[in-house]
Design a protein around this ligand. Structure first.
Ligand code: UDX
Ligand code: ADP
Length: 468
């Protein structure tokens, strides 16, 4: 019987997931812990606009659960010691250096948090991997935990079961995805542990949606689900380039193929490439894993999905430069949207970052507006390793703006990189008056509403459509 839960990592996965657990299971006491004190303070802040994660509907759930049965704290050791079940929701970025750099996941945070669990857990504890992890990470977790049982300092009751319970929430729709998931996947070797976790989900999810597998199937399924989704995006993006030169329209093509029920209509929106913390990392994990086992063709096959994604961003940047008479040096360009998709403040792997960097390298001055991403985050994302934090803002290469109008003043071009709702209702007649002539709008998400009567004098480029 599970009474107390501890979740290590109060990020985009840990925070919303545990909030929904607390919402549906008022009898559970849930502590979400993190080493980042600033983040914990933000989770505890009175003003719900200051929560570290922006996610529609999250504020309401936090209001109902926080300090009732959901607690955010930095007391990691104590929370581990009293927990019956511990979720590992720490970050697993791509390794920057060493073996597998640029491809393999950096498991240092998983290792550190598992060591904390090994040292501080009491009695029987179920340890659940929730972060996206390379296949067979559970093996590493088990090894660290069993080593602590061998050196148990007299605590003979200490035992562990390890489960894999990958998170399939998509940012921007996380609360709905957590409330109504397509499925919940639980992988493990111990039936009692699997049942203990399944009985929590059963509080709000139909039993038939809870899939039970072995540990490795669960870990691999998460990587493969994301690889398949990303593959659809690279596929449609490759076709968007073909549409632009052939006179076809990517929206019509997407609709035509998506109505085939065998293909389905989801994840067929062409755009500036996929971003987010998972897709690239998970595919690169698959690439690394396949080549590790000598499956070079498999590895190259999946790597191509990432290469097309990079190519799409470079292709778009070059095209913008070409349209602006072959140079953007000294020109002001507006970037609308900096998060990797609408309805989140997360910028990890955002296409806006690579496109902005390409334009900065060509000497452009960028005016950037995003409804939810902070100026500090934008500057941090655009700093290269040789630059000081203040360089970019001081020399005015980058200006972070607080409205669409402010970001449009005297610019040669507006590039819409994220499909925020407020961009879909822009009055282009009014905005174009603020811009330098000739004025360009690059609609990289195919999401803007251009009306004939108010786009006079505006040159419009839409992704995947035969353009001017
Ligand atoms: C993804 C998976 O969907 C989720 O199941 C997993 O747990 C985490 O990774 P997320 O990255 O949050 O979720 O968002 P998602 O909606 O999948 O979008 C990823 C990227 O693909 C975004 O940059 C989005 O703009 C892009 N995308 C998505 C497209 O370009 N076209 C589409 O049709 C769909
Ligand atoms: P995700 O999208 O996977 O949730 P985030 O980066 O948003 O990733 O969140 C991961 C969180 O895990 C961060 O807030 C980070 O401070 C926290 N974290 C990393 N390592 C540890 C650790 N050893 N103990 C506690 N928290 C950790």
């Amino acid at each position: 019987m599970i009474n107390k839960i501890c979740c290590i990592g109060a990020g985009y996965v840990g925070g919303p997931s545990m909030a929904v657990f607390a919402y549906y299971c008022p009898d559970l006491q849930i502590k979400v812990v993190d080493i980042n004190q600033e983040r914990i303070e933000a989770w505890n802040s009175e003003n719900l606009n200051n929560l570290p994660v922006y996610e529609p509907g999250l504020d309401e759930i936090i209001t109902q659960t926080r300090n009732r049965n959901l607690f955010f704290s930095t007391s990691i050791k104590e929370s581990i010691a009293e927990a019956d079940m511990i979720f590992l929701s720490v970050n697993t970025p791509i390794k920057l250096k060493g073996l597998g750099a640029g491809k393999a996941s950096d498991l240092k945070y998983i290792e550190a948090s598992t060591r904390m669990v090994a040292e501080n857990a009491r009695n029987h504890t179920i340890v659940v991997e929730k972060s996206t992890l390379p296949v067979r990470t559970a093996e590493t977790i088990k090894m660290i935990l069993s080593a602590s049982i061998e050196n148990n300092n007299g605590d003979n009751n200490k035992t562990f079961s390890v489960l894999s319970n990958p998170e399939f929430l998509a940012e921007g729709t996380a609360i709905n995805d957590l409330k109504n998931p397509d499925r919940v996947l639980i992988g493990g070797e111990n039936d009692d542990a699997i049942e203990a976790l399944a009985s929590i989900y059963c509080k709000w999810i139909p039993k038939e949606k809870i899939l039970k597998t072995n540990l490795w199937s669960s870990e691999l399924s998460k990587l493969v689900a994301n690889a398949f989704l990303a593959q659809r995006i690279s596929s449609i993006n490759s076709i968007s380039a073909l549409c632009e030169v052939s006179g076809a329209d990517i929206n019509e093509v997407s609709k035509a193929i998506g109505t085939d029920t065998r293909i389905g209509d989801k994840f067929l929106n062409a755009g500036p490439g996929f971003g987010g913390s998972c897709f690239k990392k998970d595919i690169l994990n698959l690439v690394y894993l396949s080549s590790y086992f000598g499956l070079n063709e498999v590895s190259e096959y999946w790597n191509q999905v990432v290469l097309i994604n990079n190519w799409q961003q470079k292709r778009i940047s070059n095209l913008i430069i070409k349209k602006l008479f072959g140079t953007v040096s000294g020109k002001k360009i507006c970037i609308l949207g900096f998060s990797f998709k609408a309805n989140t403040n997360d910028t990890r792997e955002s296409p806006a970052i690579s496109i902005s960097k390409n334009l900065l390298e060509e000497g452009a001055k960028l005016l950037i507006f995003d409804p939810k991403v902070s100026g500090k985050q934008i500057i941090n994302d655009l700093i290269t390793k040789d630059q000081a934090y203040s360089d970019l803002s001081l020399d005015k290469s980058i200006e972070v703006c607080s409205s669409i109008e402010e970001a449009s003043k005297n610019v040669d071009a507006i590039i819409v990189t994220t499909a925020w709702d407020q961009f879909k209702i822009i009055n282009w007649g009014e905005i174009s008056k603020l811009m330098r002539k000739p004025s360009w709008v690059f609609d990289l998400r195919n999401c803007l509403d251009f009306k004939e009567e108010n786009t006079e004098g505006l040159k419009i480029w839409k992704l995947g459509v035969s353009n001017l």
